[in-house]
Design a protein around this ligand. Structure first.
Ligand code: FAD
Length: 504
């Protein structure tokens, strides 16, 4: 019996699409190549007693509409707001800690510059305004960047560095503030369009607060598990270890998929949660796509430069600037090491010059001080997202020795501020962009299914409806792009249901 629809991939977006289709009474089957659901939104147990958000690790953009529609809370979704925002230790013994307390932030910034106190407030206001504009458009069926006011457009087309410099002058505050413009992006703080990336990372409205980020109890896999539970409750079927080898087409329209083991599954509608390069260059018969479209997919900018490390620690990092082995607010803040925009620009230029960053961008998170369920008693988990470690090294594909070397550089960089760190490490997991491609099917190791820079955002991202009748994209290659938003899946389900309504 054919299904009404097949979803290729159980990333959180594929699951969202399946859940909405099933709730609308359609028979849906999700086919996932991996043995586990969730794609890049996953919790794993690499070491006994530890629960690790292997890839994505913090949550902000998951659309409140999806949380409500699918009643994710009753399916186990439980997020809480990160207690502190950001922390940068400095080598001179000072540090910058930004929390949720505006008065404390003002006092902290005033140590560096009285003028920047007001400047930072203005920066926050504008960041929230831009984030809110994107939030309102997250699930637009026909996204239009050009519908934004001229000043918002001009700002977001510019660099994160220019945006931040407009408001604050303290180098470490500038560095902390541009960081969101670089995450997941193979571009530097001076690169045009990184202000958009910064705004995108402030587009979430978790806990009803614009730009707030939080942790999910049990790690990010709990997001996928909750969506999968909602999808199953509505009747969707989810099969793991079922890699799709190609989309089947008859007389110009989709009739199902072939699996890697040779079996075929029939449906007149196929939604692909795989990224655009995988979907159109590997899974779709070439003859079904015209040359210009194929060229567009080939030209899609999708080279990842992010490396993820998860560290099992025997104790918390003891920062020289804020000593102590007990959990303190800075341990729960996003950890950075860059002391200036120049530091980050050099990290980027190093990689572009043909290798990797010698002094990398580092973003660290510790969920264990506020969620005892993810590490054994008395132990801590430090997750690190670092750039720039590009997928396409000049000296050939990533080797294990190079991955270990990169991790050593990152740990050494952090040890300048927390000398106990190297000896506190009990185990480590390293994922280079090549590992991200192999583990999660992310082409080029790109965490967003392709750069989120102007030229690849809003109306310039791939459309949900593809040139092949019956084939839809439901992953991050479509608007609004990467991050755990669920919006591409929601938009795809709406497009499918609208098309089915026209047909019947
Ligand atoms: C290291 C890292 C850190 C990140 N950090 C964060 C973060 O903290 N917060 C945040 O919001 N976002 C973060 N992101 C980005 C975010 O995780 C992704 O943008 C998002 O999870 C993508 O979801 P998706 O459903 O669109 O696709 P994916 O999660 O990529 O899912 C696609 C699915 O399709 C499957 N698939 C592919 N090909 C086939 C096939 N042929 N047959 C069957 N199945 C197939 C894959 O196995 C996968 O399960 C991070 C990503 C990475 C990699």
């Amino acid at each position: 019996m054919p299904y009404d629809a097949i979803v290729i991939g159980s990333g959180h977006n594929g699951l969202v699409a399946a859940a909405y289709l099933a709730r609308a009474g359609r028979s849906v089957c999700v086919l996932e190549r991996s043995d586990v659901i969730g794609g890049a939104t996953i919790s794993e147990h690499p070491w006994p007693g530890w629960t690790v958000s292997t890839a994505s690790y913090v949550c902000s953009l998951l659309h409140p509409k999806i949380i409500a529609d699918l009643d994710l809370t009753s399916h186990g979704y439980d997020a809480y707001r990160k207690p502190a925002a950001a922390f940068t230790p400095l080598l001179d013994g000072r540090s910058l800690l930004l929390t949720r307390d505006a008065a404390a932030n003002a006092a902290e910034i005033a140590i560096f510059s009285q003028r920047d106190v007001a400047g930072f407030r203005s920066l926050e206001t504008e960041r929230e305004r831009l984030g809110a504009l994107i939030f309102e458009a997250l699930d637009d069926d026909e996204p239009s960047f050009e519908s934004f006011d001229r000043s918002a457009q001009d700002t977001m087309l510019g660099s994160a560095a220019d945006f931040v410099r407009r408001y604050v002058q303290t180098p470490v505050l500038q560095a902390e503030s541009v960081n969101d413009g670089l995450i997941g992006t193979y571009a530097g703080p001076e690169s045009p369009g990184t202000a958009y990336v910064l705004a995108h990372h402030n587009a979430g409205r978790a806990f009803g607060v614009q730009g707030a980020w939080g942790f999910v109890r049990g790690g990010m896999g709990a997001v996928s598990a909750a969506i999968a539970s909602a999808a199953r409750a509505a009747g969707a079927e989810i099969r793991c270890g079922a890699g799709v080898s190609r989309v089947l087409v008859r007389s110009g329209r989709v009739v199902g998929v072939a699996l890697e083991d040779g079996a075929e599954v029939s449906a007149p509608i196929v939604l692909s949660n795989a990224d655009p390069k995988t979907t159109f260059l590997r899974l779709t018969p070439r003859a079904e796509l015209d040359e210009a479209f194929v060229r567009r997919v080939e030209d899609w900018s999708c080279t990842g430069a992010a490396l993820k490390i998860n560290l099992a620690l025997g104790e918390l990092p003891n920062f020289t600037c804020r000593p102590g082995l007990n959990a303190q607010p800075h341990h729960s803040a996003t950890l950075h090491v860059a002391d200036s925009i120049e530091y980050l620009q050099t990290a980027y230029e190093d990689a572009r010059a043909g290798s990797v960053s010698r002094a990398p961008l580092i973003e660290g998170y510790m969920q264990s001080p506020t969620d005892a369920s993810i590490a054994p008693h008395g132990k801590q988990l430090l997750s690190i997202f670092a750039q720039y470690f590009p997928y396409d090294r000049d000296d050939g594909p990533w080797t294990t020795a190079q991955a270990e070397g990169a991790a050593d550089v990152i740990v050494a960089s952090l040890a300048r501020f927390a000398p106990n760190l190297p000896n506190a490490i009990e185990a480590r997991q390293i994922l280079t962009p090549l590992d991200l491609e192999r583990r999660f099917g992310l082409s080029g190791g790109h965490i967003f299914h392709g750069e989120l820079l102007p030229g690849q955002i809003f109306e310039h991202r791939f459309s949900t409806r593809t040139p092949l009748r019956g084939l839809y994209l439901c992953g991050s290659g479509t608007h609004p792009g990467g991050c755990v938003t669920g919006a591409p899946g929601l938009r795809a389900s709406r497009a499918v249901l609208a098309d089915l309504a026209v047909r019947s």
